[in-house]
Design a protein around this ligand. Structure first.
Ligand SMILES: Cc1cc2nc3c(=O)[nH]c(=O)nc-3n(C[C@H](O)[C@H](O)[C@H](O)COP(=O)(O)O)c2cc1C
Length: 205
C-alpha cells in the first residue's frame, strides 16, 4: 500500500550577519521552524559550503535574512544572491516557499527596502512568498514595545538593535517575532508537502 504520510518539511535559513545581531534572529527563526516540526538547516551565506548549497536546493522553504546596510540588504547577502543566478536560470528553486527578515540600527532604517528585495529575489526564483502573518504591535495606547511585530511589518520580520549594543541587545520581541516567522513558514511548507502527497493520489497527470 502506498504510504501517504507526508514527510516533515525541510526549511533552510540563509542569512548574512556582519556583527552577529542578525545571526541571533536567524537562530530564532531556526528555533521557531524546528519547534513547528521542520528539519532546519541554518546557513551563514558568507561561509556557504557545497553541502549547504545542496540543502538549499532540497529545502521545501528558504527564509532569507540580512541586516539592513546603507538602506538595503548587505553586500554579503547580495554576493550570495548573485551566486544563485544559475539556479535562477534553471528554475531550481521554483515553487519553494520563501520569506525574509532583517535587522537595523534605526527603528525604521529603511528596512522595507531589504524585505522588498527579498520578495523580488524570491519572485525571480519563482518561489512562493510567505508574509509575516501578524497584526502590527506597539501602535496603540495599550500596546507596548514587547509586542510581537512591535515595528509593524507585514512583508517579513523587521527587527531593530541599538548600534552600540552587543548581540545580547537584540530585543526579545524581535526574537519572538523571528520565531513566529520560522514557525509560520514551517507550517506553510508542511501544507505544501502534504498537498503534493494528496495531489499525487487524486490526479493523473
Ligand atoms: C555598513 C553599515 C551600514 C548600515 N546601514 C544601516 C541603515 O541603512 N539603516 C539602519 O537603520 N542601520 C544601518 N546599519 C546598522 C545595522 O543595520 C545594525 O547595526 C545591525 O544590527 C547590524 O546587524 P549585524 O550585526 O547582523 O551585521 C548599518 C551598519 C553598517 C555596518
Amino acid at each position: 500500500m502506498t504510504d501517504l504520510t507526508p514527510s516533515r518539511p525541510s526549511v533552510a535559513v540563509a542569512y548574512f550577519s556582519g556583527y552577529g545581531h542578525t545571526a541571533v534572529l536567524a537562530e530564532a527563526v531556526q528555533r521557531g521552524a524546528a519547534d513547528a516540526g521542520a528539519h532546519v538547516a541554518l546557513i551563514n551565506v558568507a561561509t556557504i559550503t557545497d553541502e549547504q548549497w545542496r540543502q538549499l536546493d532540497d529545502a521545501d522553504a528558504i527564509i532569507f535574512g540580512s541586516p539592513t546596510y546603507m538602506g538595503g540588504a548587505s553586500a554579503g547577502f547580495h554576493t550570495f544572491a548573485e551566486a544563485t543566478s544559475q539556479r535562477f536560470r534553471e528554475g531550481r528553486w521554483a515553487d519553494k516557499a520563501a520569506a525574509g527578515f532583517t535587522n537595523s540600527g534605526s527603528k525604521s532604517g529603511d528596512k522595507s527596502n531589504t524585505l522588498a528585495f527579498f520578495a523580488a529575489f524570491a519572485a525571480q526564483h519563482r518561489m512562493l512568498w510567505v508574509n509575516l502573518g501578524l497584526a502590527p504591535g506597539w501602535n496603540s495606547t495599550t500596546a507596548t514595545e514587547n509586542d510581537l511585530n512591535r515595528l509593524g511589518y507585514w512583508t517579513g520580520a523587521g527587527a531593530q538593535t541599538m548600534v552600540d549594543g552587543g548581540t545580547d541587545a537584540v530585543h526579545d520581541a524581535d526574537i519572538n517575532t523571528a520565531e513566529h516567522l520560522g514557525a509560520r513558514v514551517a507550517r506553510q511548507a508542511a501544507l505544501v508537502v502534504a498537498g503534493r502527497v494528496a495531489l499525487s493520489t487524486t490526479f493523473v497527470a
